[in-house]
Design a protein around this ligand. Structure first.
Ligand code: MN
Ligand code: MN
Length: 290
C-alpha cells in the first residue's frame, strides 16, 4: 500500500471508531470502557492507536486518558474525545466534543472553526490564514480560542511535525504544499484561552529508544515500548511492568521518557475541541477523517 493509501486507511478506521465512541458518550457510561473499546476496535480493523484515546472533560483540553483502574463515568459534562489511528506509522488524528453540560454553542464554535479552516486549505495558503479564520470564527460565537494549543503536521510515526497550525492570527505562517498532511484542531473556551499543565499524568512517550538504561526493569520497559509504540505516545494503562511508576519516574528524570500532564483551563470554565486530518492538494484538500 502506498503511504497515501495508508493515510486514507487510517482515516477510514478513524471514521468508524469515532462513530463507536460517539455512541458511548452518555451520562453514567464508563470512560475506561470507551477508551478500551475504541483502542480494541482500531486494532481489530488492522490499525493501531497512534496515541491513547484522550477523553478530556470540562476545563480539561487535552492529555487526559483513564487510568487502568478508573471507575469514572460521564456526568453532566463537556466531553472532548481525541482519537489517533495509524497504519504502518501513517496517522489519522481527529477529535469531537459531545456536550452533556448545556453549553452546546461552545461545541458549535470549535466545529465551525475547523470546517472554516478546512475550506481554506490548498497549496499556497499560509497557516497564518488558517489561524485567522479559526480565531474569527470562534470569536464570532463570543468565545476565545485556546492560543497555546495548535494543529500540526503528521509524519511517519510522528504525531507532531511542522508546520504548526495556529488557532489565532499570527504574523508569520508556513506556506502549505501539495501532499502535506496536517491536523487542524481548534479549541474554543469561555475561559482565558491559555491552558496550563494539571496534576494527572497518564500519557508518556519514549524520547530516546537507544538510551543506555541501567535499571533492568526500566530497560525492559524501554525495550517493550520501543518495539510496540516507537516514539508515539502510550498510556500507562497499556503497560504491564513491575514497579511501573518507579521505572517511569526514573526514565523521566533522565529524559528517556517524557510525560504529558493534563492540559486545562482554570476551574469553572469549559473547553471544546474539533479536529480533522487533511491531505493538502493543489486546489483544495482531502479530509481523511470525515
Ligand atoms: Mn488529536
Ligand atoms: Mn492533533
Amino acid at each position: 500500500m502506498a503511504n497515501i493509501e495508508k493515510h486514507r486507511e487510517a482515516g477510514r478506521i478513524h471514521q468508524q471508531v469515532s462513530e463507536t465512541a460517539r455512541g458511548m458518550v452518555e451520562e453514567g457510561a464508563s470512560l475506561l470502557e470507551l477508551a478500551e473499546t475504541v483502542e480494541d476496535e482500531i486494532r481489530a480493523e488492522g490499525g493501531a492507536p497512534a496515541f491513547p484515546v484522550n477523553i478530556s472533560r470540562d476545563e480539561e483540553a487535552a492529555h487526559a486518558t483513564p487510568a487502568r483502574d478508573s471507575d469514572e463515568t460521564f456526568g453532566e459534562e463537556m466531553v472532548n474525545v481525541d482519537i489517533g489511528v495509524h497504519v504502518d506509522g501513517w496517522i489519522a488524528d481527529a477529535a469531537f466534543t459531545v456536550d452533556l453540560s448545556g453549553n452546546g454553542e461552545l461545541v458549535e464554535a470549535s466545529r465551525e472553526a475547523v470546517e472554516a479552516a478546512v475550506e481554506r486549505v490548498e497549496a499556497g495558503v499560509s497557516t497564518a490564514e488558517l489561524g485567522t479564520v479559526i480565531e474569527e470564527t470562534i470569536e464570532g460565537y463570543g468565545y476565545t480560542p485556546v492560543y497555546n494549543l495548535t494543529g500540526h503536521g503528521l509524519g511517519e510515526y510522528e504525531q507532531h511535525t511542522s508546520p504548526s497550525v495556529p488557532n489565532r492570527g499570527v504574523d508569520q505562517g508556513v506556506t502549505l504544499e501539495s501532499g502535506d498532511v496536517i491536523a487542524i484542531e481548534p479549541f474554543a473556551t469561555d475561559g482565558t484561552g491559555k491552558v496550563k499543565e494539571g496534576g494527572d499524568e497518564e500519557i508518556y512517550s519514549l524520547q530516546d529508544p537507544d538510551a543506555r538504561v541501567r535499571s533492568r526493569r526500566a530497560r525492559q520497559l524501554v525495550e517493550s515500548v520501543a518495539e510496540e509504540y516507537r516514539t508515539l505516545p502510550f498510556a500507562k494503562r497499556w503497560l504491564d511492568n513491575d514497579r511501573l511508576d518507579m521505572s517511569l519516574r526514573r526514565l523521566k528524570s533522565t529524559d528517556v521518557v517524557e510525560g504529558y500532564p493534563v492540559l486545562k483551563e482554570d476551574d469553572g470554565f469549559y473547553v471544546s475541541q474539533a479536529e480533522h486530518t487533511v491531505i493538502v492538494e493543489e486546489d483544495g484538500c482531502e479530509v481523511t477523517t470525515r
